[in-house]
Design a protein around this ligand. Sequence first.
Ligand code: AP5
Length: 210
Amino acid sequence: MARTRLALLGPPGAGKGTQAKRIVEAYGLLHLSTGDILRDEVARGTDLGVSARSFMDRGELVPDDLIVDMIRGRIESAASGFLLDGFPRTAPQAEALEGISSLDVVISIDLPRDEVVKRLTARRVCVDCGQIYNLAFRPPSNPETCDACGGRLIQRDDDKEDVIQNRYDVYKASTAPLIAFYRARGLLEEVDGMMGSDGVFERIQELLAG
Ligand code: AP5
């Protein structure tokens, strides 16, 4: 695959994390999820985690300068390619990224608000390996235990319905404009997130092969 610098766009719950795991395994890219990095900072109680937490708990975006400082070095050292998941999320972040690295393709996965709420209220995540489940669409054998590693499954703090609704509004206001930004640069590919996980992944593989 010639395209090794990828970014995923899409509303909360569109399946970015689910597809990111499959893409990086298949193509040997570094998975850079700003949400996962921030949750790790919060769990470790770092200065960044303490600053970020109140924004995340409300479903608001963490300030651009903190995010760009956090991700810059990781992108620069991803020599064999990267998949950005959750970054960029604002016009200033997209502009900052242009000063760090170019992109080969931006894949936008779309999903309507009612499906976002349905998916995220049923999401469970493994505290140990990060495997993502869904009690409705991809249930684990035991609702409290990860099938992959036996770790404990939890509900994310920001997967409460009022916070999900705000995250969707924030996506529409701040991140959705990046679709036009990347279309204008000839980098955008769009995928319908309503397909099942396998259907979305097949479509992404077709795009990356093309
Ligand atoms: P982040 O962690 O990036 O969250 P998000 O973008 O809201 O996305 P999610 O992780 O909720 O959803 P996803 O698209 O990955 O869906 P998933 O694959 O899990 O960000 C969290 C917070 O951090 C932000 O609110 C902000 O505060 C901060 N932040 C992060 N990046 C930032 C940035 N750049 N700037 C500023 N602030 C930032 O799937 C969802 C569920 O659906 C799962 O249960 C899954 O099993 C299921 N599912 C997936 N695909 C399918 C399918 N095709 N069919 C049926 N079910 C499916």
